[in-house]
Design a protein around this ligand. Structure first.
Ligand SMILES: Cc1ncc(COP(=O)(O)O)c(C=O)c1O
Length: 376
């Protein structure tokens, strides 16, 4: 099987797996226990937190371990909104966020009396500062925006938007950086909160980060013990938290080389596919090269996915978290690309592990599927 679904998840890096396997058997102690076995787990966890903070150039007590980016996004929205609602009940996000932001925002609207403005995107899938300026109000307490869109690779002007929010309001700025980490440089000094996931950077599933600046207040989402400054109770997943520092270091070390390599792959693939009849490219030119979104106009997403799967290729249609909902990409609809493209979309996501040969085989396979469909 040729894997072209790296935006959905990545295989674990061998060095990470080896370290994790060692940690699992050696550091089983509860990091909150007062004996030496527990203390050693705690020491390594805190060392990992410090290393992660150093890699991001932030403070150690601004880094929180969570179980997935969806959880981190819930801290940045619900936990933040509940803690700050006395300052105002207006929130801003975009209409193309991951479901973990959109559904948290919906819950805040429907069950907790918040008002949410969903910023539109242009035909390139990007938010405009002008729209943000219009939406920002005196009672806005939060702006949440993804850095790279998970379906199209579109890149938002995070610094520009965050700077405007900070200079013109009391609102906090949250960035969902899941698809950006390890792919393009991420600067946490621009934002108040951020979200990252280990399984998108060749790390473990069930392991993620929530960053928040010290002055940012959030309520606990899991009440109980003292873990993670009392914000997230439950026995810590020490081995996963410990190995996350190494996962992150390795991902950042190879960022530039990988980017250059994947950009070449993307350029080749974009060109090869754009010459195919019936294929239109949905990802704008200036995007993350790791994602290429296309529509095969004569074949619906699900049929295409299955046909490619039968030929030995793993790709997605939209965000994997929405793969069981209606087979229409709301992201492409919001970009104004129309229903046909939104129901016929395929997301190809690449990595440094992708080879040119794999892409050549992929282009051959997609052409065969189109040909077979036409001549049926
Ligand atoms: C932009 C974005 N945010 C959040 C998530 C959720 O990540 P996790 O699977 O770690 O919950 C994803 C996963 O695809 C994503 O692409």
């Amino acid at each position: 099987m040729i894997y072209l679904d790296y935006a959905s998840t990545t295989p674990i890096r061998k060095e990470v797996l080896d370290t994790y396997t060692m940690l699992l058997s050696k550091y089983y102690g509860n990091s909150d226990s007062l004996h030496d076995i527990g203390r050693e787990s705690a020491r390594l966890m805190e060392q990992s937190r410090a290393n992660i903070a150093q890699l991001f150039h932030v403070q150690k007590d601004e880094i929180f371990f969570t179980s997935c980016a969806s959880e981190s996004n819930n801290y940045a929205t619900k936990a933040y909104a509940w803690a700050n609602q006395r300052k105002g009940k207006h929130l801003i996000t975009t209409c193309v966020e991951h479901s973990s932001i959109t559904n948290a925002m919906k819950q805040l609207e429907e069950s907790f009396g918040f008002e949410v403005t969903y910023l539109p995107v242009n035909e390139k899938g990007v938010v405009s500062l002008e729209d943000l300026k219009k939406a920002l109000r005196k009672d806005t307490i939060l702006v949440s925006m993804m850095m790279i869109n998970n379906e199209t690779g579109a890149i938002n002007p995070i610094k520009e938007c965050a700077d405007y929010v900070h200079q013109n309001s009391r609102a906090a700025f949250h960035m969902d950086g899941v698809q950006a980490l390890g792919k393009i440089p991420v600067d946490l000094k621009d934002v108040d909160m951020a979200t990252f996931s280990a399984h998108k950077i060749y790390g473990l599933k069930g392991s993620a980060l929530f960053y928040k600046k010290k002055n940012i207040q959030v309520l606990p989402l899991i009440s109980g013990g003292q873990q993670e400054e009392g914000l997230r109770a439950g026995t810590s997943n020490a081995p996963a938290d410990i190995v996350l520092a190494k996962t992150l270091r390795l991902a950042l070390e190879s960022l530039n080389d990988n980017y250059t390599y994947v950009k070449k792959l993307n350029t080749w693939l974009r060109e090869a596919l754009s010459t195919c009849e019936d294929i239109v490219i949905n990802s704008p030119e200036v995007t993350s090269p790791y994602i290429l979104n296309i529509s095969v106009l004569c074949i619906g997403s699900e049929v295409m996915l299955n046909a490619l799967n039968d030929k030995g290729f793993a790709v997605s249609a939209q965000s994997t978290c929405s793969s069981k909902s209606k087979a229409i990409s709301h992201v492409l609809l919001e970009m104004g690309l129309g229903e046909l493209r939104a129901t016929h979309a395929i997301r190809i996501s690449m990595s440094h592990m992708t080879t040119m040969e794999e892409l050549e085989l992929f282009v051959k396979a997609i052409k065969e599927v189109i040909h077979d469909y036409r001549t049926k």
